[in-house]
Each structure stands twice: as C-alpha cells, then as structure tokens.
Write a protein that binds this ligand. Structure first.
Ligand code: DNO
Length: 388
C-alpha cells in the first residue's frame, strides 16, 4: 500500500518537509479553506496539487470532499448542491486526483468523549465513554426521549455522573463531542460558536423524520447522480464508515456493519463506488469482525485507515496499539488482495511533546510517526513473505 498521511494544508504545524523525512509517499488532504457546499475550482485544486508536488510528494487522496447536510437529508437545494459536488469532482479528475473519501454521517462526523485519556506509560489517547456520551445526550443536549436509547447499566452510569458533574465537566464534554472533534473535519460547529449546543440541536432537527431507510435512499440518490462523472474521470469514491458504528443521538447511521456495506455497494453497483476501510471505526462495534470484513471487502476498498479499537465492557472503547494482531491481519489482507491502494495511519497517541503543540485531536506528530514506523515494518514483512 502507498504510505500516506493526513495533512491539513499550509497552516498545519506539521510540514510537508517533515513528512518527507519520515517516509511518507502521498498526501491526504482537502481544500479546507473552501466552505462546505462551494465548488473546488480547477485553479484551487491545481494550486494545492503543485504545492504538494513541489515538496516531492503527491496528492493521493481527498479527505474529505464533504457532502452537505442538505444532500443527506434531501433538502430543497440538494440537486443544486450535487451539481456543485460534480463540478468539484470534475476539477479533481482533470487535475488527476482520483481517490475521494467522504462520509454520509448526519450532523456529527466522529465521536469521542475524551481526547487525552491517560495511558500507563505517560502517553494519552482518544477514548469513548458511553456513560459520558449518554450524559451529554440526556442532561446537556436534553434530547427528548434520549433515555430510551440506553440500557439500564448505562443509565446507572449517567446517574452516578450526574451526582458529581461540574460545569467545567459539562463544558469539557461539549468541547470534546461537538467542537474539538468536529471543527476541523466538518464546518457544522466551530470553536467560535457562542452556543454550540443550541446550534447542534438545530442541526439535529433537520433530520426529524429521516430514518435509516430514507438516509439510504438519499445516499443512493447522491451516488447515482455522481457516478457518471466518476466513470468519466475514473474517480474512486470511498465512503468512511460511521464512527462509532451505531445509531447515536437519535440519528440514523447507515455504514456500520457488513449488511450496511453490502447494501450501499449493491444499491449502486459500480467499481467507483467503494469503501474507505477504516479498521478503527469498524472495530469500535461489537457486531463487527474486522478481519473477515477486510477479507470480504478488500477488492471494494479504495483507501485504508489503519488503527484499531478495543471495545470494553459497558460499551466504552479506546484506540489499541497499531501492532494489534487484528491490524496486522488487515494489513496482510490488503497487501495480498489490493496492494496498490493508499493507506494512512490514524488516531495515534499523544506522546513526547505532542500535547503542547495544539494538533488536531487524534492527529499528533510523534504518535502517528511511531504508528507509521510500526505499520511500515508490518508491510515490509508481509511483502517479503508474499514475495518468497
Ligand atoms: C476522523 C476522521 C473522519 C473522516 C471523515 C471522512 O478522524 O476519520 O473525520 O475524515 O469522516 O469523511
């Protein structure tokens, strides 16, 4: 697989020169300065591409060309927005950038409650605490009927939290769940929003009456509309699985498991309609066996996110080591079945001086560099086994 790295553009504190030194071959990025729903012009795409190439690297993957909420919930302007999306794809195609990652998660992209959960060795990592998440849903968001979505054990954890929760604790949860994890990946909520919770409630309301079947129809509608452009320019679309892979906050989620993946592939049967195999997101669902999913979908995968989670009793999950045997199995599978795809490591630890640098949550430098070194070793070993 091609070793790529998610880089957030010229303002990223991690520079392309640094990335060349650590064995990165290709860049995963987006035109973060262009607001969601606007066209990525050929000029802007080419500027970014030349900048990357002037550092001896290539622009391997777009992550993400964001799908506007209105396309997801089928708002009145969805056709106009799809036309703009197609225009952006054409411009990417003309410039030769042909792997496009996106997601179809309503409102919230990925969810974590803790961004610096301490590990025993002094590093820290991302963590999802189901009790805290349910607390956010029930007591901060105050979503109607939220209690019904949690089991007794989780509700008991929420009650325990309620007895000791402080206003700083609540602020930390809001920051982690809807501000810090979201601001840099999707423009829905940003650090400058004065009342992120109210803004978030308004966004949730857009999905009133949209269930999983409707969302599936809307995804198929979108994919069918863009496929002719993808065929013309040979662009591979790869949807990111839902993170975590389950319904949350009353929102439907439709890329959570084997059946879901099969369903969107069947709905639009075209090789340009494929998957971002995020081993981390898929492994955060107890229903999923990432190893068999990798075997089953290797050929429909256009991009791999290499990280892995461990689900804990009670429904919490945390990021596990990049040397976890399941991840080694996934790497072996892709090296065998689809070795030309790009891969990037993801959500690594904060280590050494990473924590002082203000990197985007989950996107440390030293932690990801270590993970890339580990995965590179696994890839080299697997390749030499396959060659012998
Ligand atoms: C989080 C990322 C996601 C991903 C998008 C793709 O760290 O994995 O934000 O980039 O869902 O559209």
């Amino acid at each position: 697989m091609e070793k790529t790295w998610r880089w957030f553009g010229p303002n990223d504190k991690i520079t392309l020169d640094m990335l060349r030194q650590i064995g990165v071959e290709g860049i995963v990025t987006a035109l973060h300065h262009i607001p969601n729903g606007e066209v990525w012009t050929l000029d802007e795409v080419e500027k970014m591409k030349s900048f990357i190439e002037s550092h001896g690297l290539r622009w391997s993957v777009v992550e993400s060309l964001p799908v506007s909420e209105s396309i997801k919930y089928a708002g009145p302007d969805r056709d106009a927005l799809i036309e703009r999306y197609k225009e952006s794809l054409r411009n990417l195609g003309k410039a030769g950038v042909k792997t496009v990652c996106y997601n179809f998660m309503p409102v919230l992209d990925w969810a974590r409650t803790d961004l610096e959960y301490p590990n025993a060795n002094g590093t820290s990592n991302l963590y999802f605490n189901l009790g805290e998440f349910a607390y956010f849903d029930i007591h901060i968001l105050k979503r109607e009927g939220a209690e019904a979505d949690y089991d007794d054990n989780t509700l008991a954890r929420v009650e325990e939290l309620r007895l000791s929760m402080t206003s700083e604790g609540e602020k930390r949860l809001v920051d982690n769940i809807i501000v810090k994890t979201q601001g840099f990946v999707n423009g829905n909520i940003s650090e400058s929003d004065l009342d992120p919770v109210q803004k978030f409630r308004d966004l949730l309301a857009l999905y009133d009456g949209i269930d999983a079947d409707k969302l599936r129809d809307n995804m198929a509608y979108f994919l069918k509309a863009i496929m002719p452009v993808c065929r013309e320019y040979d662009i591979n679309m790869c949807v990111h699985p839902d993170d975590p892979p389950r319904q949350i906050l009353g929102l439907p989620r439709i890329v959570t498991c084997d059946d879901d993946i099969q369903a969107f592939l069947d709905a639009v049967p075209d090789s340009h309609n494929g998957l971002t195999f995020c081993a981390g997101s898929l492994s955060a669902g107890e229903q999923n066996d990432v190893c068999s999913l990798a075997r089953k979908y290797a050929k429909r995968t256009h991009f791999a996110h290499l990280r892995i989670c461990r689900v804990l009793p009670g429904g919490d999950f945390k990021e596990a080591s990049h040397l976890d045997p399941r991840l080694i199995y996934v790497v072996r599978t892709f090296e065998k079945e689809n070795p030309s795809i790009p891969m990037r490591v993801d959500h690594a630890e904060l280590m050494l001086d990473d924590a002082d640098k203000g990197y985007n949550a989950g996107y440390s430098f030293h932690g990801r560099m270590l993970a890339l070194g580990e995965i590179s070793g696994v890839m080299a070993t697997v390749r030499s086994e396959l060659d012998s």
